[in-house]
Design a protein around this ligand. Structure first.
Ligand code: ADP
Length: 377
């Protein structure tokens, strides 16, 4: 999706990928094979490019620092990436800045759990400080024996852990900010996400919250962008609990919660990521309709041939379908559908209808009278 944006800006991209099967490698004109953890692979790429950027956070900050020391430009920088990679570093930094985070602590010994739970109650949430994604690395434990056994196993396996109070949240929100090295900021409308099993299922914008809360969310996100010296897109994930905002975590790259910006906003997060890292003027983030909704296509155990189902889903008026060309492994995001609408429900109905035609065991195509009313968007 970044490459799509780069095409319009005539910005050549050289890609480092682990295999030619990766989504981006299937379409990038210039692919080198290598691991993101390989200093040699990154160095060879950096020598051919005016700048490096990243579509995931699993890059060793030590390698990144060496590249910076050798004079290469990395956006985001090694320092910013180190913060994004580590939930413990993030929380400590945000707390120092006076930003709201859930009660938490680093967990050195399983025995410390009892004390934490005495102060904050059960359940507690154990999180791998580094390396998790899509809920891998997040465990909710509702009693001392379960939590202690789990923590002991994880610590013995060398997993750095934090423990966090379980937040009884009303909503999950995300704010995307594009930030350029010269300090330019562009903030997207607050997005509301629906997660299940630690995976984002749906995202809608604007979030159904009052304008004061939306403003607070935006202030938290812009403060973080500046504090971590972000370059490009960052996403700040927030919990809304008891009418108050708490920061969950950040991502320093184009993010799933911003995919709806491709069709939903004047400038997509991918284009603004490029504009930001290149220090070009940032594009308007305004919504192009009263509401936008995105539904993720998440692979299940059932074998599905997405390309063969595509035509029937394309019949849903107003549904924008994105398939990633990924192998169907259960729990994997293999595409998404976006729709715009006069309201959230209308946009969601359109996107869900197309998503169901792609992912569920439905027979045939939808008839004219089953088509969602996409109210002209
Ligand atoms: P990942 O880094 O894998 O995305 P997150 O830390 O974002 O993991 O957690 C995944 C999901 O788990 C969140 O979106 C949220 O739904 C739930 N979750 C995480 N932390 C808490 C918490 N402290 N209280 C309640 N639910 C939580």
């Amino acid at each position: 999706m970044t490459i799509q944006a780069a095409i319009s800006l005539a910005t050549p991209i050289a890609l480092l990928a682990t295999s030619h099967d990766e989504s981006a490698a299937q379409i990038a004109p210039d692919v080198s094979l290598g691991r993101a953890g390989s200093p040699e692979a990154l160095d060879a790429l950096a020598r051919r490019c005016s700048m490096l950027t990243f579509d995931h956070e699993q890059v060793d900050p030590g390698i990144m620092r060496d590249l910076e020391a050798a004079g290469h430009t990395l956006r985001p920088s090694a320092r910013t990436m180190a913060i994004a990679q580590d939930k413990s570093l993030q929380r400590a930094l945000f707390q120092r800045e006076g930003l709201p985070v859930p009660p938490w602590q680093q967990l050195q010994r399983a025995a410390d759990l009892a004390e934490f739970a005495r102060s904050h109650g059960w359940p507690v949430v154990l999180k791998a400080a580094r390396g998790g994604y899509d809920g891998r690395g997040v465990w909710v434990a509702d009693s001392q024996p379960t939590a202690a056994a789990l923590a002991a196993d994880l610590l013995a396996a060398g997993v750095p852990l934090i423990v966090e109070a379980w937040v009884p949240m009303e909503r999950e929100l995300a704010v995307l900010v594009a930030r350029s090295p010269s300090g330019g900021l562009a903030v997207y409308p607050v997005v509301e996400t629906v997660q299940a099993g630690g995976i984002c299922r749906e995202a809608v914008a604007p979030a159904s919250i009052d304008s004061e809360l939306a403003q607070q969310a935006i202030e938290i996100a812009t403060t973080i962008a500046t504090t971590i010296d972000a370059a490009g897109i960052i996403a700040v994930e927030l919990f809304l609990a008891g009418g108050k905002l708490l920061i969950n975590e950040i991502a320093t790259r184009p993010h799933n919660s911003g995919h709806l910006s491709i069709e939903g906003c004047c400038t997509s997060q991918f284009e603004n990521h490029l504009r930001a890292i290149l220090d070009w003027p940032l594009g308007s983030t305004e919504l192009l309709a009263p509401a936008a909704a995105m539904v993720n296509l998440i692979a299940t155990e059932t074998a599905i041939e997405l390309p063969s189902r595509l035509p029937r889903a394309l019949a849903v008026k107003g549904a924008h379908i994105h398939l990633y060309g990924k192998e169907m492994r259960p729990g994997r995001k293999v595409g998404h559908v976006t729709a715009l609408g006069a309201g959230i429900e209308a946009a969601l109905t359109t996107a869900r209808t197309a998503a169901a035609l792609l992912m569920e065991e439905l027979e045939g195509t939808i008839s004219e009278d089953q088509r969602p009313l996409n109210d002209g968007w």
